[in-house]
Design a protein around this ligand. Structure first.
Ligand SMILES: Cc1ncc(COP(=O)(O)O)c(C=O)c1O
Length: 336
């Protein structure tokens, strides 16, 4: 078992990572290795044309010491969608799941202890490799999985944060916003840095066509909870379909008895929302204290505390992920 607790999202090299090569139209068996560096051709499509995609999920240590994964099949399916969008070969669902399980099992000692909110972050990714000078899909690929113990996103109880509406776009209307490809993240770095320089926790991206509707919050989905018990989250083709948001929607509807809606959320019409949050694997939920749009500032529930519905959703989801709350929906996979 790990001796030292991980500090935030700083990379800590584990014992093993997984690697599988695609060549001549087929994946090899894949194997574990300890070297976490890659030697690839300088003409790899991943380096020049951004032909790469990734996923992010976690392994959780339960109170009884066992390790579990959360909604891994959904990550496998989303990974396939990202691969297809960038004309890369898909990884079969079973191969993806087996590779993740094998990698976590081999690094069992790096799955942090129960009780502190620490987890083993799992990063599957694919890159186009081989010799390719001109722009075309590569014929060779690497599918790899690296892992690292990580601490909880917040060191204490999740504190509401202030958000800034970015003038930049992260994805085009029919572009790649709905898949997890590196280009989206590179394109969002300046917006994030600018927001931080201005003293905000992160930025809100509006829809690229009209700049009037909320799309994403940094690298997380947005949700708001209204005075009349509605959980509302944006609907748009350029948003990443968050597995955390999908889980929260289910819990909001089936456990908290909220009405769940996916619809346009206009940045000028936030008055109905009592609570708001950003959701994703990394932080689960970052409650939003306020959103600043130009000279206008909208303040939500509280500057210090999570709103009551947000708190209930957060506790329920964390509880399921760490095995303290009964899994309502076959979301959890126990590592044998
Ligand atoms: C752009 C973006 N939106 C939303 C999310 C949240 O998705 P998930 O809940 O599946 O982690 C992520 C993180 O993966 C993301 O990168």
């Amino acid at each position: 078992m790990m001796k030292e607790r991980p500090k935030g999202f700083k990379y800590i090299k584990a014992s093993y990572n997984y690697i599988s090569y695609y060549k001549d139209g087929a994946w090899d068996e894949g194997s574990l290795r300890s070297d976490d560096t890659l030697t690839i051709s300088a003409t790899s499509t991943a380096l020049h044309y951004g032909q790469q995609c990734f996923e992010g999920l976690k392994a959780y240590r339960r109170k009884d010491g066992k390790i579990q994964l959360f909604r891994i099949e959904d990550n496998a399916i989303r990974f396939q969608k990202s691969c297809e969008r960038l004309v890369m070969p898909i990884v079969p669902i079973d191969k993806f799941i087996e590779a993740v399980k094998k990698t976590v099992k081999a690094n069992e000692d790096f799955v942090p202890d129960y009780g502190f909110g620490d987890t083993l972050y799992i990063r599957p990714f694919m890159i186009g490799v081989g010799n390719n000078l001109g722009l075309r899909p590569s014929s060779e690929y690497i599918f790899s999985i690296i892992v690292s113990p990580v601490g909880p996103y917040f060191s204490g109880p999740a504190k509401p944060v202030d958000m800034f509406v970015s003038p930049y776009d992260r994805a085009a209307p029919h572009g790649t916003g709905d898949v997890k490809v590196g280009g989206n993240y590179a394109a969002s770095l300046n917006a994030q840095l600018e927001a931080k320089k201005l003293g905000f926790a992160d930025c809100i991206f509006l829809d690229p066509k009209t700049h009037s509707k909320i799309e994403e919050v940094g690298v997380a989905n947005f949700f708001g909870i209204t005075k009349d018990k509605k959980y509302i989250t944006p609907k748009s083709p350029s948003i990443l379909n968050s597995i955390t948001n999908r889980s929260l929607k289910w819990l909001a509807m089936h456990v908290l008895d909220l009405q769940v809606l996916e619809q346009d959320i206009f940045i000028d019409e936030l008055d109905d929302f009592l609570e708001a949050g950003a959701c994703g694997t990394a932080a689960v939920i970052s409650p939003i204290a306020s959103i600043t749009n130009g000279t206008k500032k909208h303040v939500f529930f509280h500057h210090e505390a999570m709103g009551p519905y947000t708190k209930q959703l957060y506790d329920l989801l964390i509880g399921i992920q760490f095995g303290d709350v009964k899994d309502p929906n076959h979301w959890v996979m126990l590592l044998d």
